[in-house]
Design a protein around this ligand. Structure first.
Ligand code: CA
Length: 237
């Protein structure tokens, strides 16, 4: 099996060295970027499985790096673990709104951090559906043909509703913040997002009919697609 690849975007050299040393020992292929711009470039040039992303970075800050990666189809599925030192950023809601999959507060211990990274990697390997067609709860979403059906009947979604459903259903049980959904659903028709994400969700739920409650509201965060089984849902607290 090829080594899982991990990109560390961190401007503190000493910390990057410690991470590199330990992750290398754990069998990862590690690369390093010392600022946000270089980080984005490296992630786009050769997308790794996981990025460890510092929040406070030179040139482009961590949350902006996250936004850029999440809005680029080539990099949007990379697992991102955010490192943050600012206590006011240690807020789950902020983390999800920025589109990070997980976060760790500095200072941190190396062992638990590696544990979290491995958990993200497992999620990557097992939790995702094949690329182009999603089937769940009687719904079929075909990305290539831009078709969403319920029991074989076309749902007649708008492009934004389609992207919204695709994004949520691809990772059942994973909560998405409204800002992240905005970023991911923004297509060529940027105007469509002058309406809030809530309005699109309401309309999508209507079109899903009795299945509308598959799009669950996650209070204080945003929305998620119902997991196949309850234990697949990620804890929210
Ligand atoms: Ca920093």
């Amino acid at each position: 099996m090829p080594k899982p690849r991990i990109l560390i975007i961190e401007d503190e050299r000493a910390l990057a060295d410690v991470l590199t040393y330990n992750l290398d020992k754990e069998g990862f292929e590690v690369s390093w970027a010392a600022d946000g711009q270089d980080g984005v470039r490296k992630a786009q040039a050769s997308p790794p499985e996981i990025i460890v992303l510092d929040l406070m970075l030179p040139i482009i800050e961590g949350y902006e790096v996250c936004r850029i990666l999440r809005s680029d189809p080539k990099t949007q599925n990379i697992r991102i673990l955010m490192l943050t030192a600012r206590s006011e950023e240690v807020d789950e809601i902020v983390g999800f709104n920025m589109g990070a999959d997980d976060y760790v507060t500095k200072p941190f211990k190396i062992k638990p951090l590696i544990h979290r990274i491995k958990a993200l990697l497992r999620r990557n390997a097992s939790g995702e559906q094949p690329r182009d067609v999603i089937q769940a709860h009687g719904i079929e979403i075909d990305r290539v043909n831009h078709l969403a059906r319920a029991d074989g009947d076309d749902l007649h979604l708008t492009p934004t509703e389609f992207r919204l459903l695709w994004t949520l259903a691809r990772q059942p049980g994973r909560p998405f913040g409204r800002n992240e959904l905005m970023d991911r659903c923004r297509g060529e028709d940027a105007n469509a997002l002058e309406r809030t994400i809530d309005v699109h969700v309401r309309s999508l739920r209507q079109k899903l009919g009795f299945r509308g409650d598959l799009i669950e509201t996650v209070r204080g965060v945003g929305y998620r697609f119902r997991a196949e089984s309850p234990e697949m849902s990620e804890p929210l607290a």
